[in-house]
Design a protein around this ligand. Sequence first.
Ligand SMILES: Nc1ncnc2c1ncn2[C@@H]1O[C@H](COP(=O)(O)OP(=O)(O)O)[C@@H](O)[C@H]1O
Ligand SMILES: [Mg+2]
Length: 371
Amino acid sequence: MTGSNRVKLKPGDTIGILGGGQLGRMLALAAARLGLRCQVFSPDPDSPAFDVVLNATCAEYADVEALELFANDVDVVTYEFENVPSAAAMVLAARRPVLPSRSALETTQDRLIEKDFVTSLGIRTANYADISSLATLREAVLRIGQPSVLKTRRFGYDGKGQVKIRPGDDLERIWAELGTKSAILEAFVPFEREISVVAARAADGQVECFDVTENEHRDHILKVSRAPAAIPDALADEARDIASRIATALDYVGVLAVEMFVVSGGPNPGVLVNEIAPRVHNSGHWTLDGASISQFEQHIRAIAGWPLGKPLRHGHVTMTNLIGDEIDGYEQWLTVPGATVHLYGKGAARPGRKMGHVTQVSPLPPRQGRN
Ligand SMILES: Nc1ncnc2c1ncn2[C@@H]1O[C@H](COP(=O)(O)OP(=O)(O)O)[C@@H](O)[C@H]1O
Ligand SMILES: [Mg+2]
């Protein structure tokens, strides 16, 4: 997608969404509020996003004919997950604008390409190395030190596809168990906290960042997000500046999230980028109830070619994920004063599966500015 090929949707137009999970569902709900229709493409017949749209395509991402028919039905294509096969994106891009662009997708689908890109902007990450064999792993462990984290370059999520390496570990066994020849080794960052910035960028270059969010993981899965993060203003400004620079350098159109580590001790305190998600992000769910405009609406506005909003936060916001059988407590949550409950309509509550979330907002005291 280039500047000469700009999208400008009108109410009543149709957005195609690749992926049918909760992110696609919440995107479609935000689009509906703006008078836009969505058609969802997903191989899973039980996709939660299918429930909220009139038209759905249930087919594999390799099904070229289904992709072509889908493209014919929509005015612009977007996606809710980063592992969209490049071939599918290519088929679609030949027919309709695909936003964010394929090049943004390709940069962020691969941890090595992503880290090379981030460091090329002069933005810090953990020290890292390209790992393609046991020999390169042994050499990199000596250079980067321990503890360190070995990650598959592609397809990792919620801590899957990564393993922490500690002194004395059997590298041969770890390498064999990772089951890929395409990995990176990262120095373990002794972070004080994890934060993220959800940013939206429009085709005309406008960038709007939400307030910095602080994220708490449990078993590598996001459990609680709090906005604003309890960090000094200078650090928050730095984090948002980093997200803006990344969005601009990618010539990005849509919402992205940048996960970061805050390091306070040591010789180089500051912010390090962990990873970029080229999509709406779990750590931005608080914006649905905690801000005047949600991340989902910002994404829809950006890909529709509409002006981005300037989101105002309504207070101190906490978002709690309901994971696996925690969903069974939804009735309890429904009785909590001030809580807003979101259920994704998923079937089996498998361990680790994100089933819903709850937002709680503590309103700002009257007549006070930003806090
Ligand atoms: N280099 C690192 N140093 C310290 N902790 C890390 C490092 N890499 C990942 N982690 C921890 O593991 C979590 C998941 O890793 P991440 O790279 O974000 O993969 P994904 O979210 O795709 O599974 C991070 O949120 C962080 O808590
Ligand atoms: Mg992550």
